[in-house]
Design a protein around this ligand. Sequence first.
Ligand SMILES: Nc1nc2c(ncn2[C@@H]2O[C@H](COP(=O)(O)OP(=O)(O)OP(=O)(O)O)[C@@H](O)[C@H]2O)c(=O)[nH]1
Ligand SMILES: [Mg+2]
Length: 382
Amino acid sequence: MMTPMRCILLVLGVIIPIHYILSFAYEEYGKATFISSIAGKWTGPKLSPPYKTPVPDEYYKPDSLMHLQDRKANASFVILVRNSELWGIMSSMKQLEDRFNRKFQYPYVFLNDQPFTQNFKDHIRALTNSTVEFGLIPPDHWHQPSWIDEDQASKSRDDMVRGNVIYGGSVSYRNMCRFNSGFFYRHELLQQYRYYWRVEPDIKLFCDVDYDPFLVMQDHNKVYGFTISIYEIQATVPTLWNVVKSFINANPDFVTPGNAMEFLSDDGGESYNMCHFWSNFEIADLDFWRGEAYSKFFEYLDEQGGFYYERWGDAPVHSIGAALFAKKEQIHFFNDIGYEHEPFLHCPQGDVYTKGKCWCDPDENVDYQRYSCLKRYDRLFS
Ligand SMILES: Nc1nc2c(ncn2[C@@H]2O[C@H](COP(=O)(O)OP(=O)(O)OP(=O)(O)O)[C@@H](O)[C@H]2O)c(=O)[nH]1
Ligand SMILES: [Mg+2]
């Protein structure tokens, strides 16, 4: 039998959380009209970062247990590459096969703005038993659009060359950044897939990946996974944050409660701290980019012309999209994937290093160096 006191406590116990949730939802959904009213409002329960909890053992597949009937995600590797980068991409792919895909057998989609040569295709196909497809990028998804004022764009390139900004004078680098920001996930060869792992030439993978990261993404409702986060070069994105703010002010409902704004901004969203997830490695959800919030966001950015009038990178653009339109828990740090894209490397530490049979030098690790943003990611959860 329940005593009157217990009864009161039970009722209060139910009402108070409901009231809390409702008042929260009322305040957050569709109410924010200025950036400062969005930033950092939802703090949620204080937790340790999710990556501190190791991936559960059931995701691990010792060699003897792996067979093709195992559960798989609807996923593919995505590799944008030039014919001239064949040896660099073979080096990346060989490591990927040996450390992971030999067992898991996910397909590959290679993309290029030029047709792949037969020699390129033959060498790539020889490296894997998985399906490999080679796609050509439609010209209007790649080239500088005709409505860009070329005089303004070329003046900006010249200024950046004078300022020694890396790739500052390159149009093709800008095409690549714009394509990776807003077009790759629309390519016909990717339509059938939900998740992707982006791979670049000349990367290193230091550890065995004995579990399926795509299934971890899928089962835990993650949308974006990274290994390294660093600061953007300010000169490449001088007006990006103002454009982001005006988009948010016009479309506050796209900003998700519980977002990761504090990763991007140290003053409640007024200014950008230049932190971004380094997008040469990404394991992410294609449907997130295809969704309304990110699609409208990309369209808005593209209309401003900053991919050509400045040199907006796909890393800050993806990172800002993921940080604002997903919940912070949906952004995953793949701590157990030892990874290098020069000049930075993430080397797992301690038990994670041992479990992955890693071979990097644990002291050569970008995680808490001054040029890394990982501390800001950690702070989202503490
Ligand atoms: N097909 C094609 N791929 C490109 C082109 N430019 C860059 N890429 C690819 O796009 C990805 C990013 O380009 P990178 O040149 O590696 O840019 P980055 O990583 O910022 O700079 P790096 O330090 O040079 O690696 C790589 O996978 C390249 O192979 C291009 O003009 N055509
Ligand atoms: Mg690269």
